[in-house]
Design a protein around this ligand. Structure first.
Ligand code: HEC
Ligand code: HEC
Length: 257
């Protein structure tokens, strides 16, 4: 006869079986998102304007240790709060470009990364691209998750805020000047295709390989000149002594910076 005690034991066993099954499912998810391949580019594009190495009071998500330590809160802010299931404000915060470009898929990716154990993994380009076609391919991934946040998927930019990369006279004029924008960020006056901008592009912690790939993809898309940028070219400019343009006027930081 099924008494109450054994009934409860049965429930407990069922619950344990459920946990074990969920655990197996997760470890079987060899395709679960990883930090270096999937999540870091997303953090760089959609979080790093506020969460970066220079921020005195906000955690820096382009650092794995800090992202791993805060992973549960990251999931709650990006997923649960967005769904109305957490009382704190959802991230990205405020009315920023990141908020307009973060997608349901981006949010789900961050959630899945946390649920599956927030693994470090390998970068998408663990084996460096060996030719221009591969560089364009890998660069496209980085562009889509990162650069498109501000410059938009088709590189058209946003009037008055983010200059276009499509048919950009600035970009096509000089490879070195484009590499420097990626290495050091860019602030202050800039004229692209006859239109003036005065905004701030941060410098992102990208490797020589990342910058070469992202720029090669950009140069080979959106009606641009088809140039290739190599990691060696980026490395050479990284080594030079950099003096920011003295005429650049630093824009007022946003209320969050
Ligand atoms: C426009 C600026 C901005 C952007 C972009 C932004 N955040 Fe935040 N974030 C903030 C501010 C300001 C706070 C502190 C206020 C608060 O806790 O709500 C914060 C707090 C957080 C916290 C809580 C930290 C803690 O110590 O409790 C997490 C987690 C977080 N953000 C994750 C993210 C993630 C992940 C992204 C990108 C998907 C992101 N944020 C994008 C401004 C931003
Ligand atoms: C957080 C927003 C943001 C992100 C993300 C971003 N940029 Fe920019 N970018 C800007 C802004 C703003 C400027 C103009 C800065 C100024 O006004 O001085 C700019 C300028 C540029 C320029 C020079 C102007 C032009 O239109 O040709 C290039 C090239 C460029 N970005 C490439 C990239 C690439 C490649 C990525 C991704 C790896 C990227 N940017 C990511 C905001 C961003």
């Amino acid at each position: 006869m099924l008494n109450q005690k054994s009934f409860h034991r049965g429930l407990l066993l069922l619950a344990l079986a459920g946990v074990a099954a969920a655990g197996t499912n997760l470890s079987a998810q060899t395709n679960a998102p990883t930090y270096l391949r999937d999540v870091k580019p997303l953090f760089l594009g959609k979080c790093s304007r506020c969460h970066n190495n220079d921020s005195a009071f906000l955690p820096n998500w382009s650092d794995y240790t800090s992202a791993y330590q805060n992973r549960l809160e990251i999931k709650r802010r990006v997923w649960d709060a967005w769904k109305g299931n957490y009382y704190k404000q959802s991230m990205p915060a405020g009315n920023c470009p990141e908020c307009q470009t973060i997608t349901e898929a981006d949010r789900a990716l961050i959630r899945d990364w946390v649920v599956a154990g927030a693994r470090l993994g390998q970068p998408a380009n663990a084996t460096p691209a060996s030719n221009k076609a591969e560089r364009i391919q890998v660069g496209k991934g980085l562009f889509t998750t990162m650069c498109a946040t501000c410059h938009q998927l088709a590189g058209q930019g946003v009037t008055g805020k983010y200059p276009p990369l499509a048919n950009s006279d600035f970009l096509n004029a000089d490879k070195q000047q484009a590499i420097r924008v990626l290495l050091h960020g860019k602030q202050g006056d800039i004229t692209v295709n006859g239109a003036k901008y005065n905004n701030n592009m941060p410098s992102f912690p990208l490797s020589d390989e990342d910058i070469a790939n992202a720029l090669t993809y950009t140069y080979n898309s959106f009606g641009n000149s088809g140039k290739e940028v190599t990691p060696a070219e980026v490395k050479a400019l990284r080594a030079e002594k950099y003096t920011p343009d003295a005429t650049a006027t630093k824009t007022a930081p946003s209320q969050f910076e």
